[in-house]
Ligand binder design. Structure first.
Ligand SMILES: Nc1ncnc2c1ncn2[C@@H]1O[C@H](COP(=O)(O)OP(=O)(O)OP(=O)(O)O)[C@@H](O)[C@H]1O
Length: 523
């Protein structure tokens, strides 16, 4: 137990702190880095160079410092950094930002994720509050806003926005942030940090920074991730994703695998479902609605042992998992085991799991629908296969999706040319399901989103006169989709115009099948 300090020693330490503060203020003031400069481009200070007061009027330069102990920061901070043994040399973003931030300037810092941005703002905050002799009676001295509770700490003299790019991607966060900014005192130091610097970030910086220093230490880098992070991707059809994930986990039972899923309900479902199937590795789940203590315990537990952490994007930025996360991807389509059968069995026995599967299904589709519509089209997803792949016996009816499909079909019929009366054949009117539901008889393992009318992968035959017949089959017709014959003819003509064949189009609608022959005349 530490013995309480006597009044005399408290006075002495207060006196030496005040002296230190005066020294720090003079040092900082006299050696301010040039405005607009990037300290990393200055020559490094010699290793044995003296730091601090050099004589009665001169102080050492701190722009260009490479080590923490060359900076005008308090003994307390230096001791803490030294004790951790880890923090000796500064990272690039720290070398660039700290000299400007320590002399009270607004800073906009951009550097890759994991490059040490946190200390680049924590040290200036702590130091400023120390030099100002800030105490609890003075109220809130600094506010740090981070996108997740895990990395946020509530500390108004210094205002920090960390991971601002990630925060701005959430409209509700943007609103909250604007409300906070409108309440801040005009006199303040503001530091903004991000891994990327899109227009949103620049606009916000223009709004809340005064004469800022912009320090981008990785601007020549093509990516916002560290160069030693190996990135691989595997294209997996939606309905095979769970199988692939299961296989991947089973192959990496000694690893720490962080799995991001689009929604909380998906996390809950995959976590519960895989727990039921017992993969042989400990499983964990992390999402925003979990109690904060549980979230922190989960994140810390994950760092300690081989495990799989299913998470929403609550863990996607700023969380520092001590020992790193391993991930090896070895996709091999032929050996992918199917978990859907096992899942279907589990779901039959467990109504709760059934409810979770339905929620996961619906929220996944909604999450896709929220994405960039030019790239992601929820109506093109193979939803029946997806539903079966997560163990559901029948595809749940999703109202928002049905409405979308209806309006998509309306657009198709509006876009297709008007049918001339003589071409209309009521008996043979074709009904078309939406494009992605067309099935040309590929096995269920076939992937891709092929346009059946443009593919040559169709059955061939010949008619009595030896003319080649191309057969096109449509399956699973949805009554809402009416195909305009003229439109279809044009589409076929564009594909087979030189083939001189007969196109025989089959619509297979349950037990009934209609066919419609269209003669294609060689052009
Ligand atoms: N100068 C340093 N020397 C050694 N380790 C450091 C140094 N600065 C930071 N680190 C360590 O590097 C890791 C990443 O730091 P930090 O979380 O601050 O990065 P970041 O840029 O904020 O990342 P993100 O964008 O993901 O939040 C942490 O484990 C931190 O302790």
């Amino acid at each position: 137990m530490r013995t309480p300090k006597s009044k005399k020693s408290r006075m002495q330490s207060k006196h030496s702190e005040l002296q230190e503060v005066e020294l720090l203020k003079s040092w900082i003031e006299s050696q301010q880095p040039e405005r607009g400069s990037n300290p990393t481009s200055l020559p490094a200070l010699p290793l044995d160079a003296r730091a601090g007061r050099l004589d009665s009027t001169r102080f050492s330069r701190y722009a260009g410092a490479t080590r923490f102990d060359q900076l005008p920061i308090s003994k307390k901070t230096k001791d803490a950094l030294r004790q951790s043994k880890k923090y000796v040399q500064m990272s690039d973003i720290q070398r660039a930002c700290l000299p400007h931030a320590l002399c009270g300037r607004d800073v906009r810092g951009a550097a890759k994720t994991g490059s040490g941005k946190t200390l680049a703002f924590v040290i200036p905050i702590v130091e400023k509050l120390y030099r100002e002799r800030w105490c609890p009676q003075d109220g809130v001295g600094s506010i740090v806003i981070s996108p997740t509770r895990e990395i946020a700490s509530q500390t108004f003299d210094v205002f920090v926005l960390d991971e601002v790019d990630s925060m701005l991607s959430d409209p509700s966060f943007k609103q909250t942030m604007n409300a906070i900014i409108s309440q801040l005192p005009k006199q303040r130091q503001t530091l903004i940090f991000s891994a990327t610097h899109p227009k949103d970030v620049k606009d916000l910086a223009a709004l809340c920074l005064k004469d800022p220093e912009f320090l981008n230490v990785h601007e020549k880098s093509a990516t916002a991730t560290p160069s030693n992070l190996q990135q691989t991707f595997v294209i997996v059809p939606l309905h095979k994703k769970l199988d692939m994930l299961w296989r991947f986990i089973k192959k990496n039972l000694k690893s720490r695998i962080l799995v991001f899923l689009s929604t909380r309900k998906q996390v809950q479902f995959v976590y519960e479902a895989f727990t039921t199937l017992r993969p042989g590795i400990s499983l964990m789940a992390l999402y925003g609605k979990l109690d904060q203590l549980k979230r922190m315990a989960t994140a810390s537990e994950f760092s300690k042992q081989p495990s799989v952490l299913f998470s929403t994007d609550v863990a996607s930025r700023g969380l520092d998992f001590n020992q790193g996360v391993d991930w090896v991807v070895q996709p091999n389509k032929n050996v992918v085991q199917s978990v859907s059968g096992k899942l279907a069995d589990s779901i039959v026995q467990d109504p709760d799991l059934h409810g979770l599967a339905q929620n996961a299904f619906e929220t996944y589709l909604k999450s896709v629908d929220k994405k960039d519509k030019e790239i992601f089209d929820v109506t093109k997803l193979p939803i029946d296969e997806f539903s079966a792949s997560i163990g559901l016996a029948s595809t749940p009816r999703i109202r928002f999706l049905n409405n979308k499909i209806k309006s998509a079909s309306k657009k198709v019929s509006e876009l297709s040319p008007t049918v001339e009366p003589e071409h209309l054949d009521k008996d043979n009117e074709l009904e078309l399901l939406r494009k992605e539901e067309l099935d040309l008889g590929y096995s269920s393992d076939e992937e891709g989103d092929k346009d059946p009318l443009l593919t040559n992968d169709i059955a061939h035959a010949a008619d009595g006169e030896g003319r080649k017949i191309e057969h096109i089959f449509f399956h699973g017709v949805n009554k809402n989709y009416k195909l305009n014959v003229t439109w279809l003819s044009k589409k076929i003509l564009s594909s087979f115009s030189n083939s001189g064949c007969i196109c025989r189009i089959f619509q297979v609608d349950g037990p009934r099948a209609h066919s419609n022959n269209i003669d294609i005349v060689p052009t």
